[in-house]
Design a protein around this ligand. Structure first.
Ligand code: HGY
Ligand code: MN
Ligand code: MN
Length: 431
């Protein structure tokens, strides 16, 4: 596995491949990495074997295309095109290569592959950029290993500290500090990276659509307006472990009942909210201790994901669910400990940059609808610091965070056309 010293850029040798990268072929190249035979789909989590292989693919592909490549100290990778005449802060693009457990092939990789493909097209056509282009592979966007989403971009922007992140643990109890050290990063050096941020003038992320808004409009690509406010909460519900056959019903303290009530409350409270708030709440992860089929659980850990239009709507939704959970806990004689793992405030993407993208893309793409999204992205973190916009590629079924996520080859190529047109226009200007 190639090691990259953080902060030191590695340059391609003269034998680079002058052909543009085909995004469909590149996705096929990475498809065998991180296949999850148990869950289906792909599991690639921060600095595990699959993620290290994806990072190696990014590194080698960038070099093959003639780009420089470096890792920053927050475990984000950057492929850099900075030919003569390109000055000042870069146009940033890219996405992430990690996945949810048992996720689809495109959430993350499509954006990285499309960015590399678009840059390689600009190189092949002889474009002379006025600014460098930096392609990101952001670390642990899904937060699947350590619970906190957009870990790499949040660290870069100074929204998380080394102390907090270092102490996070994965499902096996290994700390992020240990995982970062093992991979060659200095866990004390992670955190705000103003120089890396100052290297970016703006950021454009391409992503597979999550939801089904483009299909009925007949549009292969769309532009994002904003992201719902969202967050994750962990509830640890403590009861009393006991025998499933020998314990009378009236002397049980069963945390599974409290978990079940909380799951029901998540749906019921979201349905009770004003529909205009687009409230949604989900429990997708549970850990049951000890997890025996003939034992009343002693503890259940439950993760609640809640989203809505505005920050206050999410807070109100979570307050309601917690009220119901605490009531159920009192009734069952259980205790609840609550921890807020993350909160991402509502995002509105930069309308000026979005308009510039529309102008650059529409002549080839045709109708380019502007659509909101309920999914979080590194672009949403960066949006608080630099002008940021997003492009979506049509997802015919709308399914994501599932092995059934997809986009047609034609739409994948239309996405690269659009991103190429956008990057060409953004690097042809001096402002
Ligand atoms: O969870 C999310 O919204 C995202 O896909 N990371
Ligand atoms: Mn995702
Ligand atoms: Mn994603």
């Amino acid at each position: 596995m190639t090691t990259v010293e953080t902060g030191s850029i590695v340059h391609a040798d003269a034998a680079r491949d002058a052909r543009a990268l085909d995004p469909v072929a590149a996705l096929e190249e990475v498809a065998p990495i991180g296949r999850d035979d148990l869950r289906g789909g792909w599991s690639r989590h921060l600095l595990d074997d699959a993620d290290l292989k994806m990072r190696e693919w990014f590194f080698q592909t960038a070099l093959r295309l003639g780009l420089g490549v470096e890792s920053d100290r927050n475990a984000n990778q950057w492929a850099v095109w900075s030919p003569e005449g390109a000055t000042g802060p870069a146009v940033g693009t890219g996405s992430h290569l990690d996945s949810v457990p048992g996720g689809g092939p495109l959430d993350g990789p499509l954006g990285v592959v499309s960015s590399l493909a678009a840059v390689s097209r600009l190189i092949a056509e002889g474009h002379r950029p006025t600014r460098p282009i930096r392609v990101a592979n952001f670390a642990e966007e899904e937060g699947a290993r350590f619970g906190v989403p957009c870990l790499g971009s949040q660290l870069l922007c100074g929204e998380l500290t080394a102390e907090r992140v270092g102490a996070l643990t994965d499902n096996s109890g290994t700390t992020a500090r240990e995982v970062l050290s093992e991979a060659g990063f200095d866990p004390d050096a992670i955190g705000a990276d103003p120089k890396c941020l100052a290297d970016l003038a703006m950021y454009v992320e391409l992503h597979v659509e999550q939801g089904r808004q483009l299909e009925p409009l007949g549009a292969p690509v769309g532009l994002a307006t904003g992201i719902l406010a969202h967050g994750r909460w962990r509830l640890t519900i403590n009861g009393r472990g006991d025998h499933a056959g020998a314990t009378e019903l009236d002397s049980r303290h069963d945390p599974m009942l409290v978990a079940a009530a909380t799951i029901q409350a998540a749906r019921a409270r979201a349905l009770l909210a004003d529909p205009s708030t687009k409230a949604r709440a989900t429990v997708g992860k549970l850990q049951v201790v000890p997890g025996g089929s003939n034992a009343i659980a002693s503890e259940v850990r439950l993760w609640l994901d809640a989203r809505a239009e505005h920050d206050a709507d999410v807070r109100a939704l979570v307050d309601g669910i917690l009220t119901d959970a605490r009531k159920a806990a009192r009734g069952e004689g259980c205790e609840i400990e609550l921890s807020e793992e993350s909160f991402s405030t509502r995002v509105t993407f930069d309308s000026g940059l979005t308009d510039r993208l529309h102008e650059a893309i529409a002549p080839r793409a045709g109708i380019v609808p502007r659509i909101p999204t309920g999914a979080g992205h590194d672009a949403g973190i960066l949006a608080a610091y630099i002008p940021t916009a997003m492009l979506f590629v049509r997802n015919p079924d709308g399914v994501s965070h599932s092995p059934h996520e997809g986009a047609s080859d034609d739409d994948i190529r239309a996405g690269v056309d659009a991103l190429t047109d956008a990057l060409r226009a953004l690097t042809a200007e001096t402002s």
